[in-house]
Ligand binder design. Structure first.
Ligand code: PRP
Length: 211
């Protein structure tokens, strides 16, 4: 039996994914040592390997077959737009992709004025404004703390993830439009899905039963 390799998203998502895998008997003891500087972890008995990566790199590892299976957010899967199969909604890491800004930006959105949009997700923002709303926008790509942009006058609105809404509230911003719901998804390499279909389908089914 060859190893099946998992690419997990560093942080909270990896912890929840490992807990889910543990529940179906596919845990990884080696990964519980948080002090470890190892990059690859092995479950020898089940012939599994695990590594942690930055979210946006997970679809890349899976597309090229460096990992058979990946777990990351739907936001990242949409933004990266890789040739991979999305096979399961894991039901955790729930949040929403939204257009946010000050109340005063509502008019600009409704009247289809030319607006400046700051985001870490240019593909998602472009698809939403161009293809769904048929609105022309000026896009500004940022890499984090997106809520700053409308506060300091860099943009009219932002396209960003809203989980609890606390960041918006504490900065005088609000959700203006909802783009789509998000959660953690399992993705699979297209060749692995054929070559290891039985093992991978079993994992998907057991995780489904746990939901
Ligand atoms: C995300 C997102 C928002 C915040 C939303 O940022 O970009 O800023 O979480 O969460 P809330 O609705 O519960 O307040 P993240 O912490 O990932 O960091 P970033 O600013 O670097 O993107």
């Amino acid at each position: 039996m060859r190893y099946l390799t998992f690419a997990l998203t560093k942080g909270r998502l990896a912890d929840k994914t490992l807990a889910a895998l543990e529940d179906i008997g596919l845990g990884c003891k080696e990964m519980e040592d948080k002090e470890s500087r190892k990059l690859i972890f092995v479950n020898e008995e089940m012939k599994l390997k695990f590594f942690l990566a930055k979210g946006p790199d997970v679809p890349t590892y899976v597309e090229y077959g460096a990992a058979d299976i990946g777990v990351t957010g739907k936001d990242i899967i949409m933004e990266e737009n890789r040739n991979i199969f999305e096979v399961l909604d894991l039901g955790f890491g729930k949040c929403r992709m939204c257009v946010c800004g000050p109340e005063s930006a509502k008019d600009k959105l409704q009247h289809h004025e030319m607006i400046r949009v700051a985001t870490k997700y240019p593909r998602i923002a472009k698809d939403y404004f161009h293809n769904k709303k048929h609105q022309t926008i000026d896009m500004i790509k940022l890499n984090g703390s997106i809520e700053l942009a409308p506060i300091v006058g860099l943009s009219d609105v932002i396209v960003d993830i809203v989980e609890t809404g606390t960041t918006l509230r504490e900065n005088g911003l609000t959700v203006l439009e909802e783009i789509c719901p998000l959660s953690a998804r399992m993705v699979v390499n297209q060749v692995s899905m054929r070559m290891e279909s039985e093992r991978i389908k079993n994992i998907i089914n057991e995780l489904k039963e746990r939901l």
